[in-house]
Design a protein around this ligand. Structure first.
Ligand code: SAM
Length: 352
């Protein structure tokens, strides 16, 4: 019998306690985000809870309790002498600055979306059945988009596309782009805005995501973009100069079939850009907090989404470069290389 080490137990207990506090903290952060409280607090500066309740138009008593939780967690500042609450510049950057890479609200929303359907998650896990993207809470779709969009905005047209061999010049002159598994269309919209002479076709098999993507493109008044509901392996059209998949190849049931189809619709010498979550090639290399989170999302989202589709390869969100490259090779691509990476993503180029 192995001895019970009280010290190790207490260290683990303290860590898990921190995680439990984080779970409640994320829910509080999400409530504050949806009710506009962080934004109101940043706007009016240090204030009493009564004043903030008026500004944010929320119930005063609930707000007091919410602020108390946030203050105890360190999410907002508290001045006991004045009985006032405030957001520091750092807290504002993280909780209130929507659209900036520092803002983590999209991430929180994606987590909340998983808790919102916890019964389905348990059932899927126990039965081993697949679970389609559509069987998730709407927070999963919005949260995923909010989570990934700032990273794409920061890198896609400034770093990733320029890193591809000879692609940027083609897009500037006018080229044909497909964005497969485009979700709510943020990456497509970024490319259509940056390359007005090019045409961007966004595809996803999830109808409500496609409907939202169409609305966003209308809001941006873009005329060089279209969105259609389609399975990746049935991708329509031909003669694409660039086909991209952002954080979605590993979700597909048949990523090899999808990549084969992509190869067949690319122009000779055309480029397939695969953006995937950054990961090492083995679990041993992925012993870090971000991978822990991604394997978690993968347990409830990515692997079951893949299993719900034909083939059901179940790559998972931490497949790593070697495994993704193997998929591309099986699809017939031979020239594959990693051209860029960020703390969250790796970017692979495969030439048709
Ligand atoms: C993690 S989300 C990424 C969405 C988007 N690319 C982004 O980065 O925000 C994965 C997307 O893949 C889509 N998807 C999954 N399997 C698909 C398939 N076989 N064909 C087309 N889209 C698929 C889902 O509907 C979902 O929108």
């Amino acid at each position: 019998m192995i001895n019970f080490d009280q010290k190790k137990f207490e260290q683990l207990q303290a860590k898990v306690m921190g995680n439990a506090a984080g779970a409640v903290g994320l829910l509080m952060a999400y409530i504050g985000d949806q009710a506009g409280v962080y934004r109101a607090l940043e706007k009016i500066g240090p204030c009493s809870h009564q004043k903030l309740a008026k500004e944010a138009n929320v119930d005063e008593r609930y707000l007091r309790e919410w602020l108390s939780s946030n203050a105890a967690m360190g999410y907002v500042g508290y001045n006991a002498e004045e009985d006032e609450f405030a957001l520091s510049p750092e807290q504002a950057a993280l909780f209130s600055h929507e659209g900036e890479p520092t803002c983590m609200q999209g991430f929180f929303q994606a987590v909340v979306g998983q808790f919102a359907t916890h019964e389905l998650a348990v059932n899927t896990f126990k039965t081993g059945e697949g679970r389609a993207w559509d069987d998730h809470h709407s927070c999963c779709f919005c949260g995923t988009d909010r989570f990934f969009r700032p990273g794409y905005a920061a890198s896609l047209t400034s770093d990733w596309i320029p890193a591809l061999t000879g692609v940027e010049a083609k897009l500037q002159v006018g080229a044909k782009i497909a964005d497969v598994g485009c979700g709510l269309g943020s990456s497509s919209i970024l490319m259509a805005s940056a390359y007005p002479n090019s045409i961007v076709c966004g595809f996803d098999y999830h109808l409500s995501s496609i409907e939202k993507a169409i609305q966003s493109a209308h809001r941006e008044k873009l005329t060089n973009i279209s969105f259609s509901q389609v399975l990746a392996k049935e991708l329509p059209g031909n003669d694409y100069d660039l086909v991209c998949i952002f954080d979605a190849l590993h979700d597909m049931g048949d990523p090899v079939g999808a990549a084969k189809r992509i190869k067949s619709v690319l122009k000779p010498g055309g480029t397939f850009m695969v953006v995937e979550p950054l990961a090492g090639d083995s679990l041993e290399e992925n012993m870090n907090l971000l991978s822990g989170i991604m394997y978690g999302f993968s347990t409830t989202i990515c692997v079951p989404v893949s299993r719900s589709q034909e083939v059901g390869l179940c790559l998972g969100a931490q497949a790593g470069e070697k495994r993704i490259s193997k998929v591309l090779k099986e699809a017939g691509f031979s020239k594959i290389k990693r051209v860029a990476e960020t703390p969250g993503n790796m970017v692979l180029e495969a030439i048709a």
